[in-house]
Design a protein around this ligand. Structure first.
Ligand SMILES: Nc1ncnc2c1ncn2[C@@H]1O[C@H](COP(=O)(O)OP(=O)(O)OP(=O)(O)O)[C@@H](O)[C@H]1O
Length: 539
C-alpha cells in the first residue's frame, strides 16, 4: 500500500558571477597552504583525512552567494549558484577552530556520516568547497525550498491525512536508511526536514549524528536532540541508546503534523520530562529499577500519571493512534524500528498517503522565514508607536512557539557561565567544556523561551533565568535533590535580589551549581573522546 517516493532533481539555472565574502563573514582560522596537489589544507588532512579521502575540494569562488537562508549553532547556510553548472545549491559554512584538532574532528564527523548515506529521503552532500582567502570550509548540498517547521507555521497551511502520511512515510524511509547504515541522526525536528517543490522530504543536518553498531554498544552523550523532540531516556541521562531516540522524535513529528502544533513544548529539561510523563504515563517501578539512568533519582515524579495518548489525541485518525502509541513508548525497545513503523496499519489504511508530486506548491518557507515573519509582526509600526501599539501587536495565539535547539540554549548558558567565571573568579574551565561544543554541556533546567535574544542579552537573560529557573524548581522540587542546601538557598535568596550584590550572589550560586553539574556530568565528558574514537573505527 502507499506510494513510491519520487526522486526528481531540482532544475538547473543560468550562471552568474561570484562576489567574495565580506570580511566579517570570514572565520578567524589561519589560512594554511594546501597540503598537496589535491588542494586540501594541511590542518584538515592531518586530523580528518578519512572524511575527505577520494574527494577534491571545489573553490569557494566557484559559487555565487545569493542569500543567507539559515543560521544554526554551527553554521551559516547560503543559497548559492554554482558558476560552472548554473545549478542552485545550498552552501553550509561550518564553524570550527582549525587549530583545535577536536573541533576539526567534530566538524568532519558530519561529512563522514553524510558520505555513508545515499537515499532519496536523505540530503545529499554533493561536495566540499574551500575558500583560499579565508580558509573557510563549505559543505555543498542540493538546494531545498522549504523545511517542515517553516511550512507548518506558514499562515493557512493545514495538512490533510494523506499529506501527513506522505511526509511521515518519507521521514521513516530516510530514517530506515540511516539506521541500516549505522547512523543515528540525533536531531530529528521539523526544521531539519527539508522539502523541495516536488514534495520530496529529505532529512538534513547531520551535525549531531553519530555512527553506532548494535552489536558493539558504546557510551554516547545524552546531550543531543532539540528539547521538544528529546526522548525520555536522554533526558534521564542515558548514555547507551539506539534508534529509539530518532523514533521518539518521529512520533513527536507525526502527532505535531496532525495536531497543527508541537505536542511537548517544554521550557526546561525537567518540565519536558514532566510533560512526557503526563502524556505517556509515569514509568513503572520496574523501569526505574532496570534503567539505572543517571538522573532517575533527581527527576522521578512523586505523582503517578496514567498514560492518556488515546484521550489526548481523540480527534486523530484512529489508525494513527497505535503508531503514535508505539513511537511514544517510554521503553525505547517498544518503539520498534523505522521498518516496523512503515509497515504499520497507519500507512495501510485509507486514505492512503498522497504522491509527493501531488502536494500543493508552497511559496518558499523556511523556519527562518517564519521567524522573520514573527519578528516583523512583533515590531510595532510607526502608527503603532504613536499610540496604537495594541492594534499592531500580534496576538499571542497567532504566534507559534518554535523549538529552540538544545545546543543554542546551552550556548546561551555557556556564554553566561564565562561571564560568571569572570565575575566570581571561579575557574572551572576544562578542555572538555570547550570541545565538544556547548550542546554537550551538562547543566539541567535551563529555561528556553520566546524571549531569548541571543547570548548578548545577559541582563535580560539573567533576570528571566533567576525567576523561571527557581519557579520551575519550586514546581518540581526534585530538580534540587542532590544539590547541597547551601547552594540551593544561596541561589534562591540571590534570585530575589535585584541589587548588584544580589546579581553577584546569584552568579556565585549558579557557578557553584555548575561545578556540581560538571562533576556529575564528567562521565559524559570522558565518554565523548571514546565516542569519537569508536566513530573513527566503525566503517
Ligand atoms: N540543503 C539545503 N537547502 C536549503 N536550505 C537548507 C539546506 N540545508 C540547510 N538549510 C537551511 O539552513 C538551516 C540551518 O542548517 P542546519 O540545520 O544544517 O545547520 P545547523 O548549524 O546544524 O543548525 P541548528 O543549530 O539549527 O541545528 C536549516 O534549518 C535550513 O533552513
Amino acid at each position: 500500500m502507499g506510494c513510491v517516493v519520487s526522486k526528481r532533481q531540482a532544475p538547473a539555472v543560468a550562471a552568474e558571477k561570484e562576489r567574495p565574502p565580506p570580511p566579517h563573514d570570514r572565520p578567524r582560522i589561519p589560512s594554511a597552504p594546501p597540503s598537496d596537489a589535491s588542494g586540501w589544507p594541511a590542518w584538515l588532512v592531518a586530523v580528518a583525512g578519512d572524511a575527505i579521502r577520494g574527494w577534491t575540494p571545489r573553490r569557494a569562488d566557484c559559487f555565487q552567494k545569493l542569500a543567507k537562508i539559515g543560521s544554526g549553532t554551527y553554521s551559516n547556510v547560503y543559497k548559492a549558484r554554482d558558476v560552472e553548472t548554473g545549478r542552485v545549491v545550498a552552501l553550509k559554512k561550518v564553524r570550527f577552530d582549525a587549530v583545535e584538532p577536536e573541533s576539526v574532528r567534530f566538524m568532519a564527523r558530519e561529512i563522514t556520516v553524510l558520505r555513508r548515506l545515499d537515499h532519496p529521503n536523505v540530503i545529499r552532500l554533493e561536495g566540499l568547497a574551500i575558500s583560499r582567502v579565508s580558509s573557510a570550509l563549505y559543505l555543498v548540498f542540493e538546494y531545498m525550498e522549504h523545511d517542515l517547521a517553516g511550512l507548518a507555521a506558514a499562515p493557512g497551511v493545514h495538512f490533510t491525512e494523506p499529506q501527513v502520511k506522505c511526509y511521515m512515510k518519507q521521514l521513516l524511509s530516510g530514517l530506515e536508511h540511516c539506521h541500516s547504515r549505522g547512523v543515528l541522526h540525533r536531531d530529528i525536528k521539523g526544521s531539519n526536514l527539508l522539502l523541495d517543490n516536488e514534495g520530496t522530504l529529505k532529512i538534513a543536518d547531520f551535525g549531531l549524528a553519530s555512527t553506532f553498531d548494535p552489536e558493539r554498544r558504546v557510551p554516547m552523550t545524552s546531550r543531543v536532540v532539540t528539547l521538544w523532540y528529546r526522548a525520555p531516556e536522554l533526558l534521564l541521562g542515558a548514555t547507551y541508546y539506539g534508534v529509539g531516540v530518532d523514533l521518539w522524535s518521529a512520533g513527536c513529528i507525526l502527532a505535531e503534523l496532525l495536531l497543527g502544533k508541537p505536542i511537548l513544548p517544554g521550557r526546561t529539561e525537567v518540565e519536558q520530562l514532566h510533560k512526557i510523563f503526563k502524556l505517556c504515563g509515569s514509568p513503572s517501578e520496574k523501569y526505574w529499577k532496570k534503567s539505572k539512568l543517571p538522573h532517575a533519582t533527581i527527576v522521578k515524579p512523586k505523582q503517578n500519571y496514567k498514560r492518556c495518548i488515546g484521550e489526548t489525541f481523540k480527534d486523530f485518525p484512529p489508525s494513527s493512534l497505535s503508531l503514535i502509541d508505539s513511537l511514544l513508548s517510554i521503553e525505547p525497545a517498544d518503539r520498534g524500528t523505522a521498518t516496523a513503523a512503515l509497515n504499520s496499519e497507519f500507512f495501510a489504511t485509507e486514505p492512503c498517503a498522497c504522491e509527493p508530486s501531488s502536494l500543493p506548491q508552497y511559496p518558499p518557507s523556511k523556519e527562518m522565514d517564519a521567524k522573520l515573519r514573527d519578528e516583523k509582526a512583533r515590531r510595532p509600526s510607526a502608527a503603532g508607536r504613536k499610540g496604537n501599539a495594541e492594534a499592531t501587536m500580534p496576538r499571542a495565539h497567532n504566534r507559534r512557539r518554535r523549538a529552540v535547539p538544545a545546543p543554542e540554549a546551552n550556548a546561551e548558558l555557556q556564554v553566561n557561565l564565562e561571564r560568571m567565571r569572570l565575575m566570581t573568579r571561579i575557574n572551572v574551565t576544562t578542555k572538555s567544556e570547550k570541545f565538544p561544543p556547548p550542546h554537550q554541556d551538562g547543566a539541567v533546567g535551563i529555561p528556553l523561551n520566546d524571549s531569548y535574544k541571543g547570548p548578548s542579552s545577559f541582563t535580560a537573560f539573567d533576570a528571566s533565568f533567576a525567576s523561571s529557573i527557581f519557579e520551575s524548581m519550586e514546581d518540581s522540587r526534585n530538580t534540587l535533590n542532590g544539590l547541597p542546601d547551601a547552594i540551593v538557598n544561596a541561589g534562591k535568596s540571590a534570585a530575589r535580589r535585584t541589587s548588584k550584590e544580589g546579581t553577584q550572589k546569584l552568579a556565585t550560586s549558579l557557578a557553584l551549581r555548575r561545578l556540581v553539574e560538571l562533576n556529575r556530568s564528567s562521565k559524559v565528558h570522558r565518554t565523548r573522546g571514546k565516542e569519537l574514537e569508536v566513530f573513527g573505527s566503525v566503517k
